[in-house]
Design a protein. Structure first.
Lengths: 352, 280
């Protein structure tokens, strides 16, 4: 159990910045998710917490104690690696036992702990197998068991589910969350999958280009994004961004008009609206905010993703599951005006 | 469909035929040795190119009774085995360092180690002779071990390094976060994971020195340190002239153990032999 703090942490390789001045506080027992596209510095941040990489600048503390100079093996963190990193020549039993053996846990206690951990991840029947003889999901669980077996201060998980198929991923997600709650261990979880982040996290740290973009609960990240990057990274399909102007308090763009948006500035601005906050209106006479031609119709079962060609841009709308249309048909769309976001055209920062 | 399959089948027969011819061609010297080794000395030189000799065990008895062949064999095995052990003890940590740690001049050191292999043996022959004389190691198998180890150290290091480079870094990181130190990681994670590579390197080293002649002749001056390869030279000259059938038998004896080992590990061997070509 530990509270973690990163203060101005950077990692640089020559001219390459992996991580740039990151400040994060992680509360005891919290499940914090680092979310961002590939190459944004998630793994590097996690490796610095684990002690596998030395920060170029800044301080990492556990419970207020500076850890920069402490070796990885003495930090009492357990890590689940993206590629599982099971020891290929050892059986699953030996794999799970390895951390106990390294920390000189009494022999008779070892067996009990190994079996308990294996049971938690439902691998009891596979203890004698070598990792090579397990499926992806089983290897994943074996890696998880090896991490939980000694109840470390901190769990670090680096995209642990990225190699699994969708169904298994959902099941493992639930299992990870359950185990984390039960063991009450501070956890940092890395992913590039926003669904995983939204469903697992107590709080999410959105990263891009090695820098933190926003820290917040899943709700805050979704409904109160700090900039266009966060806005368009969260949500599927992503938030629509429309470049336009504020004129007399109204937002105006090509084929788009939203009256009285309550923004005080004038001139160039970028409007953000989520596909789920748009609706197709049935007749042209009804009040609407946007006009476009049908460009694509993708039924997904529980809804239909409608892509409209609006001026030069394609914008997406989550329409009713029964919605069907022909290509090229003109449709009118109304926005939920309580859920409009405005961003600075240049910096992408939120304008309130 | 059927016709395609038949063409494939015919292809297969042609392939086997060609490979069999090639195999026979490669094995010819070995069969030749056997044939000469087990015929009487009087029949060694014949006019007919194809000749079916009478079977004779004269040479077989001679090499075991008139010469301490068992001792030579023992010397060979001990010197080679010892040298390979020395190589592994030195090469594994060196390869670990070269494949894992980042430091200045790492590539240069790697190349320097390899370059020792490129030196002409004659250049160091005399210094080595004086070195071992001063150490009082002349005419011992200890000296042979050291020389053989030196001959192979570079290649063994490079082969093992190539295998180690292929081990995912995550594996070591996992062991480190699990609480293992460098030596533990090397011993419990790395070495078991690259065991095929280590065996390959050991066998290649063995093949390279089993026929070593120059340095062995330099160091060994009595049967105390004679190996199979030098023993061969004993059958030429002297009052008996060149004893071809004994030479053939001894050469065959030196060949058999290597042959068996190579068959046992041939799957890994090609990887070890091509490592210079595919790895930087
Ligand atoms: N050892 C390294 N040397 C140089 N650059 C590196 C090294 N490790 C990572 N990087 C760079 O740092 C950035 C962040 O990498 P990483 O943390 O692995 O990203 P993520 O896990 O978010 O995909 C990438 O641009 C990557 O190329
Ligand atoms: Mg990564």
């Amino acid at each position: 159990m530990a509270q973690i703090e990163l203060k101005g942490v950077s990692k640089r390789w020559g001219a390459v910045w992996g991580v740039r001045k990151v400040d994060i506080e992680i509360a005891d027992k919290e499940l914090l998710v680092l979310l961002g596209p590939s190459g944004c510095g998630k793994t590097t941040t996690m490796r610095m917490i684990a002690g596998l990489e030395d920060p170029s600048e800044g301080e990492i503390t556990f419970d207020g104690e500076v850890m920069n100079a402490v070796d990885a093996r003495d930090r009492d963190v357990a890590m689940v690696f993206q590629g599982y990193a099971l020891y290929p020549n050892m059986s699953i039993y030996e794999n799970i036992r390895f951390p106990l053996r390294m920390r000189n846990v009494p022999k008779d206690k070892q067996d009990e702990l190994v079996r308990r951990a294996a049971k938690m991840v439902e691998l009891s029947d596979y203890l004698n197998r070598k990792p090579g003889a397990l499926s992806g999901g089983q290897r994943q669980r074996a890696a998880l068991a090896r991490a939980i077996v000694r109840e470390p201060q901190i769990f670090l998980m680096d995209e642990p589910l990225s190699n699994l198929d969708a169904q298994l991923r959902q099941a493992m997600r639930v299992q990870i969350k359950y185990i984390q709650r039960e063991l009450q261990i501070t956890t940092v979880y890395v992913t590039h999958d926003q669904i995983e982040a939204m469903t697992l996290a107590d709080r999410i740290v959105v990263m891009q280009g090695g820098a933190v973009q926003q820290v917040g609960t899943p709700d805050e990240i979704y409904s109160d994004p700090a900039n266009t990057f966060v806005a368009s990274f969260i949500g599927a399909p992503p938030m629509n961004l429309i470049d336009g102007m504020i004129k007399d308090g109204n937002f105006v763009a090509d084929h788009v008009e939203v009256p009285d948006v309550g923004i005080k500035t004038t001139g160039q601005i970028r409007l953000g609206i989520r596909p789920e906050d748009c609706a197709v209106v049935s007749s042209a006479e009804q009040r609407h905010n946007m006009k476009g031609d049908v460009y694509g119709v993708e039924p997904t079962g529980d809804m239909t993703v409608l892509t409209l060609r609006v001026g030069e841009k394609n914008l997406e709308i989550k329409a009713d599951r029964d919605y069907r249309s022909e290509l090229g048909v003109q449709e009118n769309v109304v926005f939920d005006t309580n859920r409009l976001y405005f961003f600075d055209s240049q910096s992408g920062e939120r304008v309130r | 469909m059927a016709s395609i399959r038949r063409v494939k089948g015919e292809n297969l027969y042609i392939r086997y035929l060609i490979l069999s011819c090639w195999g026979l061609f490669c094995l010819m010297p070995v069969l030749w040795f056997l044939s000469i080794g087990f015929r009487p000395r009087t029949e060694i030189i014949t006019a007919q190119p194809i000749y079916f000799p009478t079977l004779s065990l004269d040479a077989w008895h001679m090499i075991w009774s008139d010469w301490p062949m068992a001792k030579y064999l023992r010397n060979s095995v001990a010197a080679i085995f010892g040298s390979v052990m020395i190589d592994l003890v030195l090469a594994i940590p060196a390869a670990y360092s070269l494949s894992r740690y980042e430091y200045r001049g790492r590539e240069d050191i790697g190349f320097y180690i390899l370059s020792t292999r490129m030196m002409a043996p004659a250049i160091v022959a005399i210094p080595i002779f004086f070195l071992f004389r001063n150490l009082g190691l002349l005419d011992t198998i200890w000296a042979l071990m050291l020389v053989y180890a030196a001959i192979n150290l570079s290649i063994v290091t490079w082969i093992i390094r190539s295998y180690m480079t292929d081990i995912p870094r995550e594996l070591e990181d996992a062991a480190r976060t699990d609480g293992a130190g460098d030596l533990r990681i090397l011993w419990e994670i790395i070495i078991p994971a690259i065991l095929p590579g280590i065996i390959t390197a050991a066998v290649i080293a063995m093949i390279f020195v089993i026929n070593e002649f120059l340095f062995t002749l330099l160091i060994a001056s009595t049967p105390d340190a004679y190996t199979m390869s030098v023993a061969l030279a004993n059958f030429t000259g002297g009052s008996d002239g060149v004893i071809y059938n004994a030479i053939a038998l001894v050469a065959f004896l030196a060949f058999v153990p290597v042959f068996l080992v190579v068959i046992a590990i041939q799957k890994h061997l090609s990887r070890g032999l091509t490592m210079g070509a595919v790895k930087g």
